[in-house]
Design a protein around this ligand. Structure first.
Ligand SMILES: Cc1ncc(COP(=O)(O)O)c(C=O)c1O
Length: 384
């Protein structure tokens, strides 16, 4: 089952491409803990595998499945989303210019403003939702990479992938997209012109809050991709074998988890829009959300499981609401089967554009009515 045009993503994921172990006929892939592989008597490595920091058959199931779902020429798994994302920047030459969004995963923004700058990268941060601002920030011949995150943490702005790809390519730059929140079920950035897609596999791809991992998928197997392969192996930022196996298992239920989380997030967003204790609901699925029309064009089957609410009466009321939930779990991260709530400003750094009254919600697989009732009682308690 390798023809990703023939089958729907849910089918490809459920059967992890339908691979059958050729020796045992097992329908579930084996876990290969071996760190090293046998050399042929004539000194060759015809298996193509030498040492597990570079090659591990257990990585290959998740990587092949991501390639099929993203329509990619190849994929790589990494030790974390940050290992995957930072590799995309480290594969540029020191001194290269890159453009990144003002609103993005704060950990990567911090890395770009700190370690990456020390290493010699020059990064400008712009409102990537504003194509004129993006065009002005891209320097033809000098900008090597444009980075997008869409929907973007924690306010879920939508960036125009196709238009950004055109701007980047016209200037001789690549476009990379952090598609962690959209997942390949809702959006395929490579088909819209992106060169690289990045996922924190810690989130929806694995989906069970029990693996830290990252993945990249590429439009082309070119020299830049070869540098990424070399960085993963050279820096040694690989997944453990057991984590890679768990990741492929989690990916089998990706479609149904994302569809359900998106439906519930939409119901929660609609319920709390205009609520007496809520200043604003930020969710691309709401018709009055600024990026809604673009999200309708660029995403299919839903708008994702992430939304934020801005609580009336400010930061203290937001923190009191998070303190009063009984079902939602007060924790960072996203994309698991259990719903999480987080006062996001408490997590991000001083440069964060996150409003202080914002609660970030990662919607899991619980019954929507239970999640809504719990938020209702928490908001009421915080405003009593
Ligand atoms: C959108 C997004 N990108 C990247 C990352 C980094 O991923 P990881 O925590 O797996 O390193 C995160 C983590 O929260 C994220 O939310």
């Amino acid at each position: 089952m390798t023809d990703s045009d023939q089958y729907h993503p849910a089918t490809l994921a459920a059967q992890a491409l339908g691979q059958i172990d050729p020796i045992t006929k097992a329908i579930i892939p084996a876990l290969h803990p071996s760190t090293t592989y046998l050399r042929d008597p004539d000194n060759q490595y015809r298996s193509g595998r030498i040492y597990a920091r570079a090659d591990n058959p257990t990585f290959e199931t998740a990587e092949a499945l991501l390639s099929a779902l993203e329509g990619a020429a190849g994929s790589l798994s990494f030790a974390s989303g940050m290992a995957a994302a930072s590799a995309v920047f480290l594969a540029l030459e020191p001194g290269a210019h890159a453009v990144a969004p003002k609103v993005m995963y704060w950990g990567l923004r911090k890395w770009l403003k700190g370690l990456a700058r020390d290493w010699g990268l020059v990064v400008d941060f712009v409102d990537t939702g504003d194509l004129a601002a993006l065009a002005a920030a891209i320097v033809p011949g000098r900008t090597r990479l444009v980075w997008l995150e869409t929907p973007a943490n924690p306010t879920w702005e939508i960036a125009d992938i196709a238009a950004s790809a055109e701007l980047a390519h016209r200037a001789g730059a690549r476009l990379a997209v952090d598609s962690t929140v959209a997942t390949p079920i809702l959006s395929q950035p490579l088909a819209l012109g992106a060169d690289i897609v990045m996922h924190s596999a810690t989130k929806y791809l694995n989906g069970h809050s029990d693996v830290v991992g990252g993945m990249l998928a590429t439009a082309r197997l070119d020299g830049y991709w070869e540098r990424l392969v070399a960085i993963r192996s050279g820096n040694g930022a690989i997944l453990g074998t057991f984590e890679a196996w768990l990741l492929q298992r989690g990916m089998r239920t990706l479609a149904i988890r994302v569809e359900r989380a998106s439906r519930t997030a939409q119901a929660i967003a609609e319920h709390f829009a205009g609520h007496r204790h809520v200043e604003a609901v930020l969710y691309p699925g709401l018709p009055d959300f600024p990026g809604h029309d673009l999200a309708c064009r660029q995403m299919q089957g839903g708008f994702g499981g992430m939304l934020s609410i801005r609580v009336k009466d400010g930061e203290a009321a937001a923190i009191a609401t998070a303190a009063a939930v009984e079902l939602w779990k007060r924790a960072t991260s996203l994309g698991g089967v259990e719903s999480l709530i987080e006062h996001r400003r408490s997590v991000e750094d001083a440069e964060s554009p996150c409003p202080p009254d914002l609660l970030r919600l990662s919607v899991g697989l619980e019954h929507p009515g239970d999640l809504i009732a719990d938020l209702e009682q928490a908001l009421a308690k915080a405003h009593a």
